[in-house]
Ligand binder design. Structure first.
Ligand SMILES: Cc1cc2nc3c(=O)[nH]c(=O)nc-3n(C[C@H](O)[C@H](O)[C@H](O)COP(=O)(O)OP(=O)(O)OC[C@H]3O[C@@H](n4cnc5c(N)ncnc54)[C@H](O)[C@@H]3O)c2cc1C
Length: 806
C-alpha cells in the first residue's frame, strides 16, 4: 500500500467505486480506495439495483443519464461484461389527475436533457405490463430506459477500470482515524499503516457518521430498514414473451421488477423503522436485518390488488437491509461543510441508479472545483446546522413513507416542523399566516383569508391566486409588511475588506459609507457563483447579504479566498437577525412614524443604509426593494424583533398596513425581472448569459473568474436569459419546463408565476441565443399543454424604477 495519495476514497460500495473510477477518468490516477471489508459489503450487495432515468430536476435527470450510458458501456465491454437489463421500461403509476399533471411536467423537464418520457393512460399501462389491473388507476409515466443491474458486478467493473488506470483499491482496510494537518492535507490511519492524502472522500454508506466523527463532523444522514421479496416463477411472465416493465407505485408504496421469471417486490411501509440510530454492530458486514413482512402487510395488499398474480405465487427470499436518507431526500455529494479538502458522497437512497452519475459529478468537483451541472440540489452545505440526528430521523421516516410521492409546488411536509423560528412565528401564525419552509425556517407564504382555508396541491393555479392578488394590490397601493427570516448576513470588518471584496466580485464594489450595492461573485470558470448585497454601514462595518441557505456555501467561498496577510474578519449574523420588509407607496410614512430622522428620498435615497431605532429596537435600515415598490429592509436583532414588529404594526394602522407573504414577493419580483439564487443564478451560466452585463466590470482589474469569463466571451453565449409571457391562465410554468419551437427544445424555464400587477403569466427561461430576441412560434410545455409564449422586456413593471426611487 502506498504511503501517499492525492485522494483517498473511503468505502467500496457503488459511491466509492464510482468516485474512484471517475477521478481516474478526470486524469487523477494517484488515487486510492480503502474498504473496511469486501467491496459492496455494505448496502450495495443486496440492492434491488433498479436504474431509472426519472429525476425531480435536470441535474438529477442528467446524472442518471450518465449512469445509464456508463452502465450500458460497461455491460457491452467484451473484456468484462456485466448483467444489465437495460431498457425494460418502467411505469410510475398515478391515481389522480394532479399526479398526472406532475408527470407531464417532469416529462417536459426531462425533454430538455434529451430524455423522453411518455405519459400514458391506464389501459396503456396494462398493455405494457400484462400483470396490472387498472382499478383506481388513471395512468402513469413511462421511462423507456428503466432497468436493473447486477450491483456487485457493476462495482467490480468500475474498480477494475480504476485499477487499470493506476488507482489502488485495498479491501479489508478499515479507516480508523483521520487527522488534518496544518496544510489541510490528511493523515488517514488504517491497521495497515497511514496514508498521507491531499483530499479525503467519505463514501461510507450507513457508516457515514462513524467516519464523520473521525473528522468531527455529523452528517444529516439516517438509515431505514427496507425490504423486498422475490417470488417463485409467475407463469404469465414466462408467457408474456417480453420482460416485465418496472413498476413504482405512489398509491400503495411499492415497486416491482422482473427477477428471473418471477417478480422482485419492494415496500415502503407506513409502519417503518429507523436503523442504527444508537450505533452499528462492527460485525454487521454483508449482513441483513431480520425479515419482518408483518410490517408491510398494508402495502402488500395494495401490490396484490394491482398485480393479482402475486396472490397466487410463493415467496422464496426476503431481503431487509439498511438504506440511507437525508433530510430532504436528496443525497449529499460535494464538499463537507466547514472542512477543507474533504468531500462526501453519502445519503444515497437510490445509489445504484444514481451512483454512476454522482461519482461523475463529485470527481468533477474535486478536480475542477465545479461540475458541468449546477449541483446545489446535492450540495452538503445546503442545510446550515439544523440537520441534527433527531430531525434527520423524522425526515427520513417521512421521506420513506412518501418514497414515490413527489412534492407538489409549495408543498412543505410536516415532519419535524417547526424547525427554525423567530419570535414572530407564533405571532404571524395567530394572524393567519400559512408558512413554507426555507432552509428550515418557517417563512410566511401568505395570510389565509379564513382559518379554514386550505390550498389544493397542484401544478395549476389554485385557491391562493386571489389571496396573493389581494396582498400584491395592498403593497402596490398602500403599504405591506413581511418577515424575511434566515436571510444570510455576514459582517465583514478589517482594513482590507474592500480590496478583498474587489477580488471576489466581478463588478464595482460600493465603498461609500451609507451606500448599498448589488454584486455578483463568479467561480474560476467565470460562471455565476453567488449574489450579494453589499452594505457599507455608516460605522465602517460592511454587511454581506445573500440568499437564505447560502450561509455555509458563501462562507466557504469567502474564507477559502482570504489571504493570510489580509486583515478581514467574517462573522455570520444569519441566525441573530431577521428582516422586516416594509413595502408600498406609504412605506415611508410608516417608517417615519416609528423612527426618528429624515427618511425623505433626498436624505435617504434608494440604495442607502443607516442605523436607526424602530421604536426602541436597534435596526439597520436599507432602502432596497425586491417588490418594485418603495421599500425598506429593516434588519433587527431577534431579541427585539417582536418590539419592532409591534411598533410598525401600531404606526401602520393609520396607513392601512397589511401583511404579505413570500408568494406575493415572488409574483412581484418576476414582474421586475429580479433574479433568484439557484433559479436564474446558477453555475451553468456566466453573468452575460444571465443578463448581468451591468454588474460586470472587466476593466476594473483582476477578479475571480475574470480570465475564464473573457475566454468564454470569445465564443459568445450558449444560452441567454429571457422573460417570457405565456398565453395561458391555467398554470404557471414551473422550473424545468421546456421552451420549444416545433418539437425542438430551445430552452428551459427557471421560474414562473402570475404577475398580478401586469396581469400576465410570466416565466424566466434560458434559451438558445437566436431565440432570445423573440420568435413567432415559441411554445412552453406547461404540464403537457403547448402554451404560446413571447419574449418580453426583462422588466415588465415600472422599468424606470420611479416607484422604487419615489
Ligand atoms: C433493500 C434495498 C433495495 C434497494 N434497491 C435499490 C434500487 O432498486 N435502486 C437503487 O438505485 N438503489 C437501491 N437501494 C439503495 C442502494 O442500494 C444504495 O443507495 C447504495 O447501495 C448505497 O451505496 P453506498 O456506496 O453509498 O453505500 P454501501 O454500499 O453501504 O458502501 C459503503 C462502504 O463503505 C465501507 N466502509 C464503512 N466504513 C468504513 C471505514 N471506516 N473504512 C473503510 N470502509 C468503510 C463499507 O464497508 C461499505 O462497503 C436499495 C437499498 C436497499 C437496502
Amino acid at each position: 500500500m502506498r504511503k501517499t495519495a492525492r485522494v483517498v476514497v473511503i468505502g467500496g460500495g457503488i459511491a466509492g467505486c464510482s468516485t474512484i473510477y471517475h477521478l481516474t477518468q478526470e486524469g487523477w490516477t494517484d488515487v486510492m480506495l480503502l474498504e473496511r471489508d469486501e467491496l459492496t459489503s455494505g448496502t450495495t450487495w443486496h440492492s434491488a439495483a433498479q436504474v431509472t432515468n426519472f429525476g425531480m430536476n435536470q441535474t438529477m435527470v442528467g446524472l442518471k443519464t450518465h449512469s445509464i450510458n456508463l452502465y450500458k458501456e460497461l455491460a457491452d465491454d467484451p473484456e468484462y461484461p456485466i448483467n444489465y437489463h437495460h431498457g425494460d421500461g418502467g411505469i410510475r403509476l398515478a391515481n389522480t389527475h394532479a399526479q398526472m399533471d406532475g408527470y407531464r411536467h417532469f416529462a417536459s423537464m426531462a425533454r430538455g436533457m434529451d430524455v423522453h418520457f411518455e405519459v400514458i393512460d391506464a389501459e396503456e399501462c396494462a398493455r405494457r405490463h400484462p400483470l396490472l389491473a387498472t382499478d383506481n388507476l388513471v395512468g402513469g409515466l413511462w421511462d423507456p430506459l428503466d432497468g436493473d443491474i447486477d450491483p456487485a458486478q457493476l462495482c467490480q467493473a468500475l474498480a477494475r477500470r480504476a485499477r487499470k488506470a493506476g488507482a489502488e483499491v485495498h479491501r479489508n482496510t478499515p479507516v480508523t482515524a483521520l487527522k488534518q494537518l496544518k496544510d489541510d492535507s490528511w493523515i488517514v490511519s488504517t491497521p495497515k499503516g497511514d496514508v498521507h492524502a491531499e483530499i479525503v472522500v467519505n463514501a461510507c454508506g450507513y457508516r457515514v457518521n462513524e467516519v464523520g466523527a473521525m473528522m468531527g463532523v455529523h452528517h444529516p444522514v439516517a438509515s431505514m430498514e427496507h425490504q423486498y421479496f422475490l417470488t417463485e416463477e409467475i407463469p404469465a411472465i414466462k408467457e408474456a414473451g417480453h420482460r416485465m416493465p418496472l413498476i413504482r407505485c405512489p398509491i400503495s408504496d411499492y415497486y416491482s421488477r422482473q427477477e428471473k421469471n418471477g417478480l422482485l417486490v419492494g415496500f415502503y411501509e407506513q409502519d417503518c423503522k429507523t436503523w442504527g440510530m444508537d450505533g452499528i454492530d462492527p460485525n454487521f458486514v454483508n449482513a441483513l436485518c431480520p425479515d419482518d413482512l408483518d410490517r408491510v402487510t398494508d402495502v402488500l395488499e395494495g401490490a396484490i390488488a394491482r398485480m393479482p398474480a402475486l396472490a397466487e405465487v410463493g415467496i422464496h427470499t426476503v431481503v431487509n437491509g439498511p438504506i440511507t436518507y437525508t433530510i430532504d431526500g436528496a443525497p449529499l455529494v460535494g464538499p463537507i461543510p466547514g472542512k477543507r479538502n474533504a468531500f462526501c458522497i453519502i445519503g444515497l437512497r437510490a445509489g445504484l441508479g444514481e451512483g454512476g452519475g454522482h461519482g461523475w459529478l463529485l470527481a468533477q468537483q474535486i478536480v475542477h472545483g465545479e461540475a458541468c451541472y449546477d449541483t446545489w440540489c446535492l450540495d452538503p452545505r445546503r442545510f446550515t446546522g439544523h440537520g441534527n440526528v433527531e430531525l434527520t430521523a423524522l425526515k427520513a421516516i417521512e421521506d420513506y413513507q412518501n418514497e414515490f410521492r413527489f412534492h407538489f409546488p409549495h408543498e412543505h411536509r410536516p415532519a419535524g416542523r417547526p424547525i427554525k423560528t423567530t419570535p414572530l412565528t407564533p405571532v404571524l401564525a395567530a394572524e393567519g399566516a400559512e408558512f413554507g419552509v426555507v432552509n428550515g425556517w418557517e417563512r410566511m407564504d401568505y395570510i389565509k383569508p379564513d382559518p379554514e382555508f386550505t390550498e389544493t396541491h397542484t401544478f395549476r393555479f389554485n385557491e391562493t391566486f386571489d389571496v396573493v392578488a389581494k396582498e400584491v394590490a395592498a403593497v402596490q397601493t398602500g403599504v405591506g409588511l413581511t418577515e424575511v427570516n434566515g436571510f444570510n448576513r455576514f459582517e465583514l470588518t478589517g482594513a482590507d475588506v474592500h480590496s478583498f471584496l474587489d477580488r471576489m466580485i466581478c463588478g464595482r464594489v460600493p465603498k461609500k459609507e451609507g451606500r448599498v450595492g448589488l454584486a455578483y461573485l463568479l467561480n474560476h470558470h467565470g460562471m455565476v457563483k453567488s449574489e450579494a448585497t453589499i452594505a457599507n454601514l455608516p460605522d465602517g462595518r460592511v454587511w454581506y447579504g445573500s440568499a437564505a441557505a447560502s450561509e455555509w456555501h458563501d462562507m466557504d467561498w469567502l474564507q477559502a479566498h482570504l489571504r493570510e496577510d489580509e486583515d478581514v474578519q467574517i462573522r455570520s449574523l444569519t441566525n441573530e437577525h431577521t428582516i422586516l420588509v416594509l413595502a408600498g407607496p406609504k412605506a415611508r410614512d410608516v417608517l417615519s412614524a416609528v423612527s426618528r430622522g429624515d427618511w425623505s428620498s433626498a436624505a435617504f435615497p434608494w440604495l442607502s443604509v443607516r442605523q436607526a431605532f424602530i421604536g426602541i429596537a436597534p435596526a439597520v435600515v436599507m432602502a432596497v426593494s425586491f417588490s418594485g415598490e418603495l421599500a425598506y429592509e429593516i434588519h433587527v436583532p431577534n431579541n427585539q424583533l417582536y418590539g419592532a414588529y409591534l411598533a410598525l404594526r401600531h404606526a401602520g394602522k393609520a396607513h392601512g398596513l397589511t401583511l404579505f407573504g413570500s408568494r406575493a414577493v415572488e409574483s412581484m419580483r418576476l414582474e421586475k425581472g429580479y433574479l433568484h439564487w439557484k433559479a436564474e443564478l446558477q453555475t451553468e451560466f456566466d453573468p452575460f448569459e444571465t443578463g448581468l452585463e451591468r454588474f460586470v466590470k472587466l476593466d476594473k482589474g483582476d477578479f475571480i473568474g475574470r480570465e475564464a469569463l473573457v475566454a468564454r466571451q470569445a465564443n459568445g453565449p450558449n444560452r441567454q436569459r429571457v422573460t417570457l409571457l405565456l398565453d395561458s391562465q391555467t398554470a404557471p410554468a414551473h422550473a424545468g419546463a421546456s421552451v420549444m419551437v416545433g418539437d425542438q427544445v430551445v430552452g428551459t424555464v427557471t421560474s414562473g408565476d402570475w404577475g398580478h400587477r401586469v396581469g400576465q403569466n410570466i416565466a424566466m427561461a434560458f434559451v438558445t441565443p437566436v431565440f432570445a430576441k423573440g420568435h413567432d412560434d415559441l411554445i412552453v410545455d406547461v404540464i403537457g399543454q403547448r402554451v404560446p409564449a413571447s419574449v418580453a422586456d426583462p422588466c415588465l413593471y415600472d422599468p424606470e424604477n420611479a416607484r422604487v426611487k419615489a
